[in-house]
Design a protein around this ligand. Structure first.
Ligand SMILES: [Cu+2]
Length: 424
């Protein structure tokens, strides 16, 4: 291997600068969310009346504000190593045939700083989806969300634990096995709040008047994927298993199911649910259902076989496996995975088409609250203008989940308590 060219060296510096800008913008965005949620709530909107979407955004923003600066400091040290002659990450490592002198630094330090962001980042991606899914499930089950405070508490527990588990990505770096076992324990603890959330979603569905809108299907699909990805997380959180499965296709399957598929299903759930409020038109339902079933079934067809490949020892990050006699058996399976991926990708293109087509040509929304939802955004006009409400900002009198109560299908947050029974 020759020396890296000047161009590629500059490229790495630009990557560091780009990441630094990204971190700063994430911090500013996060602070904006936190201060808005804590200080700008409307009259009557106590913290315990917040919709779960907002709770999820709040914890996401707090995670971002606490974890991104660690990555930023890691990147600043990297810049110093590259241009200021420091040796935070340099030790007696070999680059090609050339041994560098022992500088006293540690390349593993960068991994620690990276994963101290990296694990909370998983939750930065998944928590907003959990919030959207909770909201959509309650609205379309026509039932109050089950265990509201447990939902908030488990978000909180996930947020705290997410900072204590980063080294489960580093079991094969030479980490002390005793220290590793501590990280195993803390990692497996995350299964508790995750399971609380899953059981609360299922109990919300239980005996509900379920409406299978596209948003609801994506919400249920999210829960399915989150269970599938969460269970393999329990495998990988155990260092004894992780040492075998590290850098195999099993990992690829696990994190794509959690971070990619689950997060995307949550995002689609949000888009299908709030699109009518955003644009005053509906998305096309036929395309929406095709989009859901192809994406949902396709994601399982793509990632389920990868677990098997990983258990059989197939490593990740290789472009071409044809020279590996022991993995030739997977040629057909890999071709199958690639074919399904292309079909799933085509379904995403159809979604993009549906999105832009429906903005201009979709069926028009005729009521301000088409899903019969309790939260404040549905009390705005069909096409909200600047400031959202034409007159006064509404006052909140109850939580967001009064569905099927007091003999009514739903009771908006703006309705005073006691009015429904005619007491006052
Ligand atoms: Cu992790």
């Amino acid at each position: 291997m020759g020396e890296a060219s000047e161009g590629s060296k500059a490229g790495m510096d630009f990557w560091i600068i780009g990441m630094a800008l990204f971190v700063v913008s994430s911090l500013l965005g996060g602070l904006n969310y936190i201060t808005t949620i804590l200080n700008m709530r409307t009259k009557g909107m106590s913290m315990t009346r917040l919709p779960l979407t907002i709770w999820a955004i709040l914890f996401t923003a707090i995670l971002g504000v606490l974890s991104f600066p660690v990555l930023l400091s890691g990147l600043i040290l990297l810049m110093f190593d590259r241009h200021a002659g420091t040796s935070f990450y340099l030790s007696d490592i070999f680059i090609g045939q050339k041994a560098l002198p022992n500088e006293g630094g540690s390349p593993i330090l960068f991994q620690h700083l990276f994963w101290f962001l990296g694990h909370p980042e998983v939750y930065i991606i998944i928590l907003p989806a959990m919030g959207l899914v909770s909201e959509v499930m309650s609205v379309n089950s026509r039932k109050p969300i089950f265990g509201y405070m447990a939902m908030v508490g488990s978000l909180f527990a996930i947020a705290i634990l997410s900072f204590l588990v980063w080294a489960h990505h580093m079991f094969v770096t030479g980490l002390n096995p005793f220290l590793g076992s501590v990280f195993v324990l803390l990692t497996l603890l995350i299964a508790v709040p995750s399971a609380i959330k899953v059981f609360n979603w299922l109990t919300t569905l239980w005996r509900g008047n379920i409406r299978f809108t596209p948003a609801m299907l994506f919400a249920i699909g999210f829960v399915s994927m989150f269970i599938s990805g969460g269970l393999t997380g329990v495998f990988l959180g155990n260092s004894t298993l992780d040492i075998h499965l590290h850098d195999t296709m099993f990992i690829v399957a696990h994190f794509h199911i959690v971070m990619a598929v689950s997060a995307f299903l949550g995002m689609f759930c949000g888009v299908y649910h709030w699109f009518p409020k955003m644009f005053g038109r509906y998305l096309n339902n036929t395309m929406a259902y095709i989009h859901f079933w192809v994406t949902f079934a396709g994601a399982y067809l793509i990632f389920w076989p990868m677990h098997y490949e990983g258990l059989a020892g197939m490593p990740r990050r290789y472009m071409d496996y044809s020279g590996w006699v022991s993995f030739n058996q997977f040629g057909d399976l890999n071709r199958f995975i690639s074919t399904v991926s292309m079909v799933v990708f085509a379904a995403q293109l159809m979604f993009v088409f549906n999105f832009f087509y429906s903005i201009f040509k979709g069926r028009k929304v005729v009521t301000q609250n088409p899903w019969g939802s309790n939260t404040l955004e549905w009390s705005t006009p069909i096409r909200p203008g600047h400031g959202n409400w034409p007159g006064e900002i509404p006052e909140v009198h109850r939580w967001a989940y009064d569905y099927g109560r007091e003999g009514r299908e739903f009771i908006p947050q703006t309705e005073p308590i006691g009015m429904a029974e005619g007491k006052h």
